[in-house]
Design a protein. Structure first.
Length: 206
């Protein structure tokens, strides 16, 4: 696929070869074209381990590149990109990315490889700037409808929808709404022993 001649992006026009401001503008466009800022990406692999420290993703930029003749060149895969997790101290909401997710990837102005490795203030390992290797994943955009979610209604109320059981410190709510206590008692169907008329208390639930 090629663009129209009037849309050519990679070729120098005759007026740019004459020097002056046009030549400087062409040089500026060439230099800024090598700077990575932020772009949409698709997740092709996820490297994580449950609730352990935040993992990384491998992503593929969705906006293709153009060569000097404006032929489309697809991007390769960029690996070892740390992803965002909503966390403060030891409190977190764990919704890690999955293969196929679409999100933003921003690229740092300096080499962050040492900080990624040590998680401490560190000098850059190289002099690269705005490089593909120094990305951070910020999800998600342009994704489909969820099947399990927490929804805060503008008019009030909170909906919690799950395709499986919901566990709260041992208390379990099944996807059908059945409540099971941490000792295994099912609230909707349990029975009590020692029931007699009068002021006596029932026994513990079974």
């Amino acid at each position: 696929m090629q663009l129209k001649n009037s849309d050519k992006l990679g070729l120098i026009r005759p007026e740019q070869a004459m020097g002056g401001s046009a030549q400087l503008a062409a040089l500026f466009r060439h230099l800024t074209g090598k700077m990575q800022t932020i772009t949409l990406v698709e997740v092709v692999a996820v490297q994580n381990d449950g609730i352990n420290p935040v993992g990384t993703v491998s992503v593929k930029p969705l906006v293709s590149q153009l060569d000097g003749s404006d032929n489309i060149i697809e991007h390769g895969v960029i690996g070892n990109i740390p992803y965002f997790r909503l966390q403060g101290g030891q409190n977190a909401v764990v919704i890690d990315p999955q293969k196929g997710d679409i999100a933003l990837c921003s690229f740092c102005s300096r080499d962050i490889s040492a900080v990624k490795r040590t998680r401490k203030p560190s000098p850059p390992n190289s002099r690269r700037q705005f490089d593909w290797s120094d990305g951070l994943y910020l999800g998600g955009y342009l994704n489909g409808s969820p099947t399990q979610y927490i929804q805060f209604n503008p008019e009030g109320g909170i909906n919690i929808v799950s395709t499986g059981d919901i566990n709260i410190n041992g208390l379990k709510i099944s996807k059908d709404g059945v409540l099971t206590l941490s000792n295994g008692v099912i609230v909707d169907t349990h029975v009590h022993g020692g029931v007699r008329s009068g002021d006596s208390d029932t026994r513990e639930p079974k």
